[in-house]
Design a protein around this ligand. Structure first.
Ligand code: HEM
Length: 511
């Protein structure tokens, strides 16, 4: 009898424990934000969130207002949707809201990279040195050299080069910007002698093409990989690809290259000095490839497409490009030297800067997540204060909260190339909500401790690509009346969005 009773008690305890884990007993306390657990125990709103994050959060905002807690796959996420209230969250100290913990879990699951302590500080330092300020002079030059190798290697060849080439605009833009960005960061094939320079360049073209081809396969699997919902066959493919990248980008292979960027070489050296095993450093190399190349290529597609669909924007950018060439005494002509475009020249492009910002406002949509380390309060701009529990997560989705809010950006669905320009041609930074000036009026790069360290380099890459397209090529859409494709809703939250379909275009050298 006693045995039976203890078995029953143990069973009861495990059922209650299970229900607790499934979140059945969680109730909203009066001082907490509205709580919505969804109908499915533990999973909560995971499926809806994954299928279309933007639509889901819009619905929740309508239902609950500017702050609410939802259950997603066993975690409680508090979303703050009022951009006037972003400041305290973005700036909150690590003792309360921690980015590292969430990022570490994600890279361990998706990239099998297990980071040590202080790695975020090392990344910040290295990025400030090599991807910003003076560091950008070298990076811009390296990007230019590689873009020219990929885009113009057969320039001045025979007449057949004047023939139209046909391609998908997404594929073309992503391909070129990915490969040039990769070569600029990870280095070039060494030319053993002067005569072998052309061979080395050809090797760079071939090798980067292979890498891009494989990267796209991984890219397509990525959202489901991050949500851990890949079917077994795709899971095996993701595993195969990962191993292939670890090998292709291994420390051994990379160190054979020349012109390796300071950003890559310094971070590798730091890990070596810390005694990190080489196989783990190889994994880190792939992680950096993912972070550095997964967003800029898709962004270059949208940038090109918006310009092509908005002739007034194209004209304004074209005039700016021509003015820069004129100011620096450069001319593009058959048989003439390739143009040079320096970091300094790229600092004088307010029109392109605004057009890039506008492109990213419409197409960059990260979800920014922090782990809650201690019970805390969030004070909203309205003056209301809400209690948040330790162990939960706090998240922002600026795309819906601010980037397409009509109160902040009138006609938010429209591409206005000069939205971020003042009438006097300077950068516009004044945007308002409820009569109050916003600090966070667009957030393609995230904010605070996890803000994208490659943002200045990325903007340069986009401008360099479009600059070269405009100076060396004629290009048009195969069907100029074709609508701009919709955004693939399965990728919300992962950075720059991708289109649901390709857009065909043609291009040819101007001479
Ligand atoms: C249009 C292009 C790009 C966009 C829209 C973009 C966006 C972002 C965003 C939103 C984050 C923060 C994610 C978070 O808070 O969870 C991020 C992080 C990061 N980005 Fe970018 N990025 C771009 C290009 C680049 C480039 C070119 C590089 C490097 C050369 C780069 C390197 C990184 C790295 C290393 C991180 C992780 C930072 C950390 O752990 O704190 N990104 N990026």
């Amino acid at each position: 009898m006693a045995l039976l009773l203890s078995i029953l008690l143990a069973l009861l305890a495990s059922v209650i424990g299970g229900l607790y884990l499934l979140g059945m007993f969680r109730r909203r306390k009066p001082e907490e934000p509205p709580l919505d657990k969804g109908l499915i125990p533990w999973l909560g709103y995971a499926l809806e969130f994954r299928n279309n994050t933007a639509a889901f959060l819009q619905k929740m905002q309508k239902k609950h207002g500017d702050i609410f807690t939802v259950q997603i796959a066993g975690y409680y996420f508090t979303f703050v949707m009022d951009p006037l209230s972003f400041g305290p969250i973005v700036k909150e100290s690590k003792t309360y809201l921690d980015f590292d913990q969430f990022a570490k879990e994600l890279v361990a699951r998706v990239f099998r990279y297990y980071s040590g302590t202080n790695e975020h500080k090392m990344l910040e330092k290295s990025s400030t040195k090599h991807l910003m300020g003076d560091g950008l002079v070298l990076m811009t030059q390296a990007m230019m050299d590689n873009l020219q190798n990929l885009m113009l290697h057969d320039i001045g060849g025979n007449d057949s080069e004047r023939k139209w080439h046909r391609d998908g605009l997404f594929n073309y833009s992503y391909n070129i910007v990915f490969r040039a960005g990769y070569l600029a960061l990870y280095g070039n094939e060494p030319a053993k002698s002067k005569d072998s320079t052309d061979k080395a360049k050809e090797h760079d073209r071939q090798h980067s093409e292979e890498l891009f081809h494989e990267f796209r396969k991984y890219d397509k699997l990525f959202p489901r990989l991050a949500y851990a919902v890949l079917p077994p066959k795709d899971k095996m493919e993701a595993e195969r690809l990962k191993r292939m990248f670890w090998n292709m980008l291994s420390v051994k292979n990379t160190l054979q290259k020349e012109n390796i960027s300071g950003w890559i070489s310094e971070q590798q050296q730091q890990r070596e000095e810390l005694g990190m095993p080489e196989y783990m450093q190889d994994r880190f190399m792939f992680l950096l490839l993912w972070a550095s190349q997964g967003n800029t290529g898709p962004a270059s597609f949208w940038f090109m497409l918006y310009l092509m669909k908005h002739p007034e924007a194209m004209q304004a950018v074209r005039e700016e490009v021509q003015a820069i060439l004129k100011e620096t005494g450069q001319q593009v002509k058959p048989g003439g030297p390739l143009i040079n475009l320096t970091r300094e020249m790229l600092q004088k492009t307010p029109v392109m800067d605004s057009a890039v910002e506008e492109t990213l406002r419409l197409t960059a949509a990260p979800v920014l997540i922090r782990a809650v380390k201690q019970n805390m309060n969030i004070k909203m701009a309205s003056g209301n204060e809400f209690a948040i529990r330790k162990g939960d997560r706090v998240a922002l989705f600026p795309y819906i909260a601010v980037q397409v809010d009509p109160e902040v950006h009138p006609d938010p669905e429209k591409f206005k190339y000069d939205r971020f320009l003042n009438p006097n041609g300077t950068k516009k930074t004044e945007f308002y909500k409820k009569g109050k000036k916003l600090k966070y009026y667009t957030m393609p790069w995230g904010a605070g401790t996890s803000i994208c360290p490659g943002r200045f380099f990325a903007v340069n890459e986009l401008k360099q690509f479009v600059f070269l397209m405009l100076t060396y090529f004629e290009f048009e859409l195969e069907n100029p009346d074709e609508e701009i494709p919709t955004i693939d809703p399965k990728r919300w939250g992962f950075g720059t969005m991708q289109p649901t379909r390709e857009v065909q275009f043609k291009y040819r050298l101007r001479f």
